[in-house]
Design a protein around this ligand. Structure first.
Ligand code: 2M8
Length: 470
């Protein structure tokens, strides 16, 4: 099939347009994840958004995460949605979750959901500091004060994840709802979801499909029933961590979330001196990072080298062909040979080198596999913020050339200026929401980061595979 050529904005135009998206989606102290589809603040979205905002206004970037952290639960959990005050059409809203009514752990206000998302926040705090230090002056002072006030909250967040979610063998961070992975309908969860028996649900109206229009881009109705049923189960358990650990029907060790937390613990430890925190807490964070990294490495499939999730209820490894398989590249820990093999797999014809991809970045699910669906949400499309995360991890881990590659290919992906939520891998058709905040935000960071690793191949420092000095 012949596709019309994609529009490609010049970089300054793209930057202007990305800044425009963040301004339009700004509700004062929080940025909605998308103007209509997601009219509230989402946890991991807010972290990416703050990274983008740092290039527009460091103080506003800090406010974004301050707002999110103001909704942190007493346990340390950062909820996956902080609901905006105005009644908006998102479903399921606060009336479905009823957190404040059911547990003292949740704040009275603002209203939140009762689950979490990947712990990318320390990475955002570090990036804001980096940008602010480049600016110097009041930006640097504001960012340092911000690190000092957010560090304890992030420490409590990581401690909660480690102690309530990563305590059981094999030591991966457990999720109790697919939404916690951020990759809602990924084939990763098909098997454990199949074991969730959905009971009676009240009639409900899916606002997402009315906003997106094309149902083929969103999860199916049967999947939504499961999402709501599981949220109801957590509600019936009054969001009690111990009860959930014992009784929830879905509990899966998420290897991607684990790798993210491992590296976020390293970053938070690195920030301890700026935050003037005691050394023993930084050491504890490094210990957690090592433990989590070992769990990620132990999850790898001996045959493919890809990391696997673990169904804790069924006691089974879940070997799916999704980009979560590359989790060890985020946090490190593999021996040299295995790491090189995994990098070669990432570059090869099954993934970034798959014939006809619009950009050389990993699709959410491997093209051609049973679970792959080119247009449906987390079952195939390309997601810019995930590309950013891999690029960031490559830079952190000393793979500067690879970091630059991700940045360049990421920019190729978003070049049409729609800032879509996700893109069809072969045509680059923008799918889901347009003007999605995190897509605009990572675009701004890519545009601004040119100087760090920029240039043609000759100018880029060689990949050392060694972490940057701490
Ligand atoms: C998507 O998830 C929400 C539920 O949390 C939804 O479909 O309604 C996911 O892509 C998630 O990762 C993301 O944080 C959220 C907002 O962008 O949308």
């Amino acid at each position: 099939m012949v596709h019309p050529p994609r529009r490609r904005l010049a970089e300054d135009e793209l930057g202007e347009a990305a800044a425009g998206v963040l301004r339009t989606n700004d509700r004062g102290t929080m940025t909605v994840a998308a103007p209509r589809l997601y009219p509230h603040q989402w946890s991991w979205d807010a972290a990416f958004v703050a990274i983008g905002l740092a290039h527009l206004s460091v103080p506003r970037a800090c406010v974004e995460l301050d707002s999110l952290l103001a909704a942190q639960w007493r346990t340390g959990m950062i909820p996956h949605i902080v609901f905006a005050d105005d009644a908006s059409e998102y479903f399921p809203g606060p009336q479905w979750w009823r957190c404040a009514e059911l547990t003292d752990a949740a704040p009275r206000r603002p209203a939140t959901s009762g689950i979490c998302q990947p712990a990318v926040h320390a990475i955002a705090v570090d990036r804001i500091l980096e940008v602010a230090r480049r600016h110097g002056g009041t930006d640097r002072d504001a960012a340092e004060a911000f690190v000092q006030r957010t560090w304890p909250a992030l420490y409590a967040w990581h401690r909660w994840l480690v102690t309530t979610r990563a305590e059981a063998s094999p030591g991966l961070v457990a999720i109790v709802h697919g939404w916690e992975s951020g990759m809602d309908n990924s084939p990763r969860w098909d098997e454990p979801y199949a074991a969730v028996h959905v009971g009676p649900l009240p009639a409900y109206h899916r606002t997402d499909v009315s906003v997106v229009g094309d149902r083929a881009q969103r999860p199916e109705d049967a999947e939504y029933d499961r999402y709501l049923w599981l949220a109801g189960e957590l509600r019936r358990l009054r969001y009690d961590d111990a009860a959930i650990a014992r009784q929830s029907t879905f509990r899966v060790g998420d290897v991607f979330a684990t790798a993210v937390l491992a590296v976020a613990c390293d970053i938070l430890a690195k920030l301890a001196p700026v935050a003037r925190r005691p050394n023993d807490q930084a050491e504890q964070l490094r210990g957690w990072a090592d433990r989590l990294r070992r769990a990620v490495v132990a999850s790898t499939d001996p045959a493919s080298g890809m990391a696997r999730d673990h169904d804790l209820r069924a006691g089974r490894w879940l070997g799916t062909d999704t980009l979560a398989g590359f989790a060890p590249l985020l946090c490190g820990g593999l021996d040299q040979t295995s790491e090189q093999a995994l990098l070669a797999e990432l570059d090869g014809p099954r993934w970034c080198g798959a014939p006809g991809l619009v950009a050389a970045v990993p699709p959410s699910t491997r093209p051609g596999t049973a679970g792959y669906d080119a247009r449906r949400y987390w079952r195939g499309p390309l997601w810019p913020h995930v590309v950013w995360l891999f690029g960031w991890a490559f830079e952190w881990r000393g793979y500067l050339y690879r970091a630059e590659q991700m940045r360049r290919e990421g920019l190729r992906l978003v070049a049409d200026g729609t800032f879509a939520e996700y893109y069809e891998p072969h045509t680059g058709e923008p799918l889901g929401s347009h003007a999605q905040s995190w897509t605009a935000a990572v675009s701004l960071d890519w545009l601004a980061s040119r100087t760090a690793t920029a240039g043609d191949r000759g100018q880029v420092a060689p990949d050392t595979g060694q972490p940057r000095p701490r």
